[in-house]
Design a protein around this ligand. Structure first.
Ligand code: ZN
Length: 127
């Protein structure tokens, strides 16, 4: 079967239409809920849907060497409330509230981050 010029144009329009539909349904109207993930020693300790953080939650984790970490999370973000940690870099990180940000506590092997699809920044379109 040989493709005529007209067929190719129709194919291109179809691909563009499907692409546009896909973009509208999956990218711009992204409704997927992000999770807060707490990893300890390389494995998932807790995975909490963000909608469950409307009420402030405290995650207290104890370690073998008498250390502990208190992670607090609410709808505004997640932060280290209290920690026994030599450098306290994790606590100095402050509040995280976006996919792509994380809090790492190397001495206690704790990693905290948000997961989910990133909603495109609406601000970028305005410029
Ligand atoms: Zn730390």
């Amino acid at each position: 079967m040989k493709l005529k010029k007209g067929d190719i144009i129709i194919a291109v329009i179809l691909i563009a239409a499907v692409g546009f539909w896909f973009y509208n349904n999956y990218v711009s109207n992204n409704t997927e809920v992000n999770n807060l993930v707490i990893e300890v020693n390389g494995s998932t300790y807790k995975k909490i849907p963000v909608k469950e953080l409307k009420k402030e939650q405290l995650f207290h984790i104890e370690f073998e060497n008498n250390r502990h970490i208190d992670i607090k999370a609410d709808e505004t973000g997640t932060w280290i409330e209290d920690v026994i940690c030599p450098d306290k870099l994790c606590q100095k990180t402050g509040v995280i509230n976006k996919v792509g940000q994380n809090i790492v506590c190397l001495p206690n092997k704790v990693v905290i981050y948000y997961e989910g699809n990133v909603v495109p920044e609406v601000d970028n379109v305005a410029y």
